[in-house]
Design a protein around this ligand. Structure first.
Ligand code: SAH
Length: 464
């Protein structure tokens, strides 16, 4: 069983610092089920590859009291695939051998551990119960480009058909700790098997390693179910925990009010929503998305416009969606109106099939809530995968903040903002996104304009 991790980050040999394993040395580790070896098949400034070779002791496995994962037929212990495939053994090895990297720490290159770098992982052999489809559904929403080569049951007898074994390549620009965490959790999920007893401690592990990404993953339920070996009570508990964390993390209601207070005096919210509605109308769009719809203020303005045949509101926060549903009296709307409107939970950091095929998307006051790695994932998820004809996107103009008397100097308009941009910063970001994904972009100020500092909100309209 072999896992290879490569980077083309320059200098690529910094991978050695990130993994805490020197490229010039081979190291071996003794684990309860065998040995793990780490070495570098290539290590130069342009490209560096680290290999984790797992040598599972097949005999020791059979002797272990809980070790027989293929119990159930007479020759099981002689024909086990366990020594040769990526499974929960590999997850344990990753946690043991790369524990510091897995936790995202790096003494010598702390900055680099925080940086998204081009990474490539190759796994031979990965068993996928659920086939290539599931493999893609698990990794693609996390931004990976997946290449999978399926292996026949027996190379000498092609008629026997395909096996569940794949050689898999995963490519992404992300932090090394993210890649390791995704592998740690998703390998046993694909294998749908664990070599050890699964109890409450597994929920903790899942919560620790899935904290940043699982709550928003479209396959969250099947990941949790499989990770916890289909034990219903554990699955229920874990899902409840994840949702609670999600609700806490994204409970933006109070903060939105805070922001509204800062901007209230100039009726900015109303101006912004009118400008977005008008732009969507002019684009000729019939089917529109409101991404990060919050409490549904834009949706309320879109609903009376007959031009919009289908309106979809998506937000990461269950709580905001519930408020939207209540405020719009969704369940009491006449059937025709109800059919025009759909609300669902989802995250902008992930590719999502439900968002494809729309004429336009509004992203109103949302991007400033995304940290930079997530902003990069959002760019691809929206402009490359969902790729509506028109994107109408607004964000605060930080230059205007000096005009808000009730905002202390240096503060953002609300606590959860990860950044607020000047007009120059926003325009160069938007121009770069447009160029990369084949859009053109124009900018419009929203709200009263002041000399030298512009208007409080800036809007970019992307068209493809
Ligand atoms: N567009 C709304 C709400 C803006 S507040 C309006 O103008 O009134 C920002 C919203 O973005 C919040 O509702 C928050 O839950 C949502 N959000 C933050 N991160 C998100 C993500 N990754 N995916 C989807 N929505 C997100």
């Amino acid at each position: 069983m072999l896992l290879k991790i490569s980077t083309t980050y320059s200098p690529a040999t910094d991978l050695g610092y990130l993994l805490h394993k020197h490229p010039a040395r081979m190291q071996s580790f003794t684990l309860t089920f065998g040995k793990a070896h780490v070495f570098y098949p290539e290590a130069h400034a342009e490209k560096c590859t680290a290999a984790l070779l797992l040598d599972v002791d097949a005999i020791a496995l059979v002797r272990r009291p809980h070790g027989r994962s293929t119990e159930g037929f007479a020759l099981a212990q002689y024909v086990s695939d366990r020594p040769y495939v990526a499974s929960s053994f590999l997850s344990v090895a990753i946690a043991r051998v790369f524990s510091t990297a897995l936790s995202g720490k790096c003494k010598d290159r702390p900055q680099l551990a925080e940086t998204a770098i081009p990474l490539n992982a190759e796994l031979s052999i990965l068993p996928c119960r659920g086939g290539e489809k599931l493999l893609r559904r698990l990794f693609e929403p996390l931004g990976y480009t997946v290449t999978a080569e399926q292996h026949g049951l027996d190379p000498h007898f092609p008629d026997w058909g395909q096996s569940r074994y794949f050689t898999v390549k995963l490519e992404n620009t992300c932090r090394l700790s993210e890649l390791l965490t995704h592998l740690y959790v998703l390998i046993p999920v694909l294998d749908d098997e664990k070599h050890y007893w699964v109890g409450e401690a597994e929920i903790e592990k899942l919560s620790k390693h899935g904290n940043d990404w699982l709550a928003e993953h479209p396959e969250q339920e099947s990941i949790v179910r499989r990770y916890l070996k289909h034990q219903r009570h554990l699955t229920r508990e874990a899902l409840a925990q994840l949702r609670e964390e999600d609700a806490q993390e994204t409970d933006e209601t109070v903060q939105m009010e805070e922001e509204a207070e800062v901007e209230e005096r100039i009726g900015l919210n109303e101006l912004r929503l009118s400008a977005v509605t008008e732009t969507l109308k002019q684009s000729g769009a019939k089917r529109v998305l409101d991404l990060g719809c919050g409490e549904g203020k834009l949706i309320r303005k879109l609903l009376p416009e007959k031009q919009f045949e289908e309106i979809v509101g998506m937000d990461v926060s269950h709580r905001a969606l519930k408020i939207t549903q209540e405020r719009l009296h969704h369940d009491r709307l006449p059937e025709k109106q109800r059919e025009r409107l759909r609300l669902f939970q989802g995250s902008l950091g992930y590719r999502d099939k439900r968002l494809t095929g729309y004429d336009a998307a509004a992203v109103v006051e949302v991007i400033e809530h995304l940290d930079l790695p997530r902003l990069a994932a959002f760019e691809r998820a929206l402009f490359e995968f969902a790729c509506p004809q028109t994107v109408v996107l607004t964000t605060p103009n930080i230059e205007y903040n000096v005009k808000f008397e009730n905002l202390q100097t240096g503060n953002f308009r609300h606590k959860d903002h990860r950044f607020e941009w000047t007009r120059g910063e926003f325009q160069s970001w938007a121009a770069d996104v447009a160029k990369r994904f084949g859009y053109t972009v124009v900018f419009h100020p929203i709200g009263p304009e002041a000399e030298d500092i512009g208007s409080p909100t800036q809007m970019a309209v992307f068209t493809r």
